[in-house]
Design a protein around this ligand. Structure first.
Ligand SMILES: NC(=O)c1ccc[n+]([C@@H]2O[C@H](COP(=O)([O-])OP(=O)(O)OC[C@H]3O[C@@H](n4cnc5c(N)ncnc54)[C@H](O)[C@@H]3O)[C@@H](O)[C@H]2O)c1
Length: 383
């Protein structure tokens, strides 16, 4: 088992532990036994899909957790990260008499983590919560950093705050049931950390792609630990998101424009992967980034094949540019987080329309031959 400690303090000034292992029940019990605060009741908020797929183990956890008061099964996905569903969750918890000494346990991916974390932040002016992330994206990224939010009709994550969990339990066995497209959503973030910071992680992704595709627990645990290590490093250096944390937007300015262009009907991971390819081309032009990094990304796109990446290349670049101008991180100019090279980001770089169009056109000449790989028939049993 890996244990990572985030030196951002929760409100009682305790560092936050992150436990990472295929199974974590014993660790969970031990953690609860030494939990230093009063607990009146425990409220589980569980992604309904995860509950269905992992019902036995979740029942086991709940039956062995004293003070379990209520298990709330909740739908997950972007449409539920809304004011309406926040109201529903708040009503359920308040009707069950949640109080300041209750503990919330969230079991789910990034959307439920964001929604239920936001409710935990505001109900009774903030109560403690524990997160069991169940998607790769949540395990490598959204579980660390304390950002919680819901969407508003005017945009994603417009209502939010920072509220750190008291502990995070990353049980990698949850990932066995994750559909391939969801897997790629998380993998895109892992690839981002590799390109931004970590030559070794890049090598692991290239060399052990068969094991990672088959969700071999040793390699999955390793890529999760490395990704969290880098996110932790960034968050500890820039907890209020004033400066260096912007590096994590690498690939996201173009990626978000692609998502909007396709009206959020495409895979988020595919959009970020193509976003990183365009932003690497921009990095070559504007930040003297060496060309081999794009070749590395090309290899990874081929070895972790997500067919929808090819569809994205048909987008109209002029319209994409318009969406890039709407990006909430831009003021007058479009600015991207690019790269000088691995370990050396090039923050808030202004990008002109002609530079973007040139990069987009260059992308069309990138030969992409995706590996023949059928995720449906992959053997996910070896753990
Ligand atoms: N707070 C942050 O710092 C942060 C960072 C990145 C992304 N996010 C947010 O994360 C959200 C996306 O999260 P996500 O990609 O985890 O999506 P998600 O939570 O919607 O989960 C995707 C789908 O997978 C299902 N699922 C979850 N775990 C599963 C499992 N183990 N097996 C099978 N199916 C499973 C869910 O029911 C859902 O249908 C976005 O709203 C984004 O804004 C937040």
């Amino acid at each position: 088992m890996d244990i990572l400690t985030l030196n951002i303090r929760d409100r009682e000034l305790n560092p936050i532990p992150f436990f990472i292992a295929p199974a974590l029940h014993d660790q969970w019990q031990r953690w609860l036994q030494v939990y230093p605060y009063r607990i009146d009741q425990i409220f589980w908020i569980v992604d309904a899909t995860v509950n269905q797929l992992h019902s036995k183990i979740l029942e086991y956890y709940q039956e062995n957790t004293e003070k379990t008061e209520l298990v709330v099964l909740f739908p997950a996905g972007e449409p539920y990260k809304s004011r309406r569903f926040r109201d529903i969750l708040e009503d359920v918890l308040l009707n069950a008499r949640i109080n300041r000494h209750s503990l919330i346990i969230i079991v789910g991916g990034g959307t439920l983590g964001d929604l239920a974390g936001f409710v935990a932040a505001t109900i009774h002016r903030g109560i403690r919560y524990v997160f069991f992330p169940t998607t790769l994206l949540a395990q490598v990224d959204s579980c660390l950093g304390g950002k919680v939010a819901i969407n508003h009709p005017q945009g994603k994550n417009l209502l939010g705050t920072f509220h750190y969990p008291t502990a995070v339990f990353i049980r990698t066995r949850f990932l066995r049931t994750l559909p391939w497209a969801e897997w790629v959503n998380g993998l895109a973030e892992v690839i981002k950390y590799a390109l931004l910071f970590d030559v070794q992680l890049l090598t692991v992704l290239k060399k052990y792609y068969r094991e990672i595709r088959a969700r071999d627990s040793v390699w999955v645990q390793r890529i999760i630990r490395r990704s969290l290590h880098w996110k932790k490093w960034v968050v500890e250096h820039d907890p209020d998101e004033r400066w260096y944390r912007a590096s994590l937007n690498f690939g996201h300015t173009v990626g978000h424009a692609l998502e909007r262009y396709f009206n959020y009907t495409i895979s988020h991971g595919a959009a970020i992967l193509i976003g990183m390819a365009v932003e690497l081309l921009l990095s070559q032009r504007l930040c003297s980034c060496p060309g081999y990094l794009l070749k590395e990304l090309q290899t990874l796109l081929e070895r972790y094949p997500e067919p929808s990446v090819l569809q994205l290349l048909n987008a109209d670049p002029d319209e994409l540019w318009r969406w890039m101008q709407y990006d909430k991180k831009s003021d007058d100019e479009v600015r991207c987080s690019l790269l000088h090279t691995i370990g050396d980001p090039c923050l808030y770089e202004p990008v002109s329309q002609s530079q973007f169009l040139y990069a987009w056109e260059s992308l069309q000449n990138l030969p992409l031959v995706l590996d023949q790989f059928d995720p449906q028939s992959a053997d996910l049993s070896g753990d």
